[in-house]
Design a protein around this ligand. Structure first.
Ligand code: ADE
Length: 260
């Protein structure tokens, strides 16, 4: 897979040379190319921004500079355009899963008050475009989002994570639950013991305990995820556990009837 990142701070993307993503690049599983937007400016000062029409604070990135950059990159072939912005759709594991199956992403990192709105309007007619938010807070630019997207997508590419089983049971996986708590040696530490069931060697009981912990954690921390869960995937024991937590199946979804 190829990912082009366009930014006025190419050095910001240096962490993509480290760890699993760096190794994936070296192994040829992932081709990341970081570009300096200023390479597509035409003036002596390498200007990428200007004052907003209609007035107001801050500066807006010029569409002509972005247009030259994106047209040149797209001359290599088609891609999905990802534009990080706090007004985008929330980035989730579903985006990462879907994009891991695509050939190419271009991440356009805005700075200042953002990119002239005509850029997304223009390219929407030509390629798939996603305006994407990391969450309900404001960052200084899209570079951190580019790091997040590349890492989340890269680890789903075949061969990047050594043991693919570790992708199966993690939070925000297909079952829609948060991950159960994990423990390792020593079995006793600072007066805290690992739950007995995990030392029992009883595989069925371990599985059940982990499932109950995942349900309980999700109910406590992310009730919004439970409310969206596919109830067809819940067995009798799941429903009993959820019932103790105050959640019942109503029609084809879960409802909180009584705070736990
Ligand atoms: N740029 C600035 N804030 C952002 C956010 N929350 N998500 C994605 N890109 C951003």
């Amino acid at each position: 897979m190829r990912v082009d990142v366009v930014t006025i701070f190419p050095e910001y993307l240096a962490p993509l040379e480290l760890s699993l993503v760096g190794k994936a690049r070296q192994a040829g599983l992932l081709d990341v190319r970081v570009h300096d937007l200023r390479d597509w400016t035409t003036d002596r000062h390498r200007t990428v921004d200007d004052t907003p029409f209609g007035g107001g604070a801050g500066m807006v990135m010029r569409p002509d500079v972005w247009g030259r950059a994106l047209d040149e990159l797209l001359a290599d072939g088609p891609a999905r355009l990802v534009v990080p912005t706090p007004s985008g759709e929330p980035f989730t594991q579903r985006h990462a899963e879907s994009w891991a199956g695509e050939d190419r992403l271009i991440v356009a990192c805005g700075r200042y008050e953002g990119i002239d709105a005509r850029v997304v309007e223009h390219y929407r007619d030509r390629l798939p475009v996603t305006e994407l938010s990391l969450g309900d807070y404001v960052l200084n630019g899209g570079e951190v989002a580019a790091l997040v997207v590349v890492e989340a997508v890269a680890r789903l590419l075949p061969g990047v994570v050594g043991n693919p089983d570790s992708l199966v049971e993690e939070s925000h996986g297909a079952d829609g639950l948060l991950e159960y708590p994990v423990y390792t040696k020593p079995a006793a530490w600072e007066g805290l013991d690992v739950p007995d069931v995990l030392l029992s060697g009883h595989h069925g009981k371990v599985e059940r305990w982990r499932r109950d912990e995942a349900l309980e954690r999700t109910a406590e921390r992310r009730p919004d995820l439970l409310a969206r869960l596919d109830v067809a995937a819940l067995d009798k024991h799941d429903r009993q556990t959820l019932g103790r937590l105050g959640w019942v199946v109503v029609g084809n979804h879960l409802e909180l009837v009584r705070p736990a």
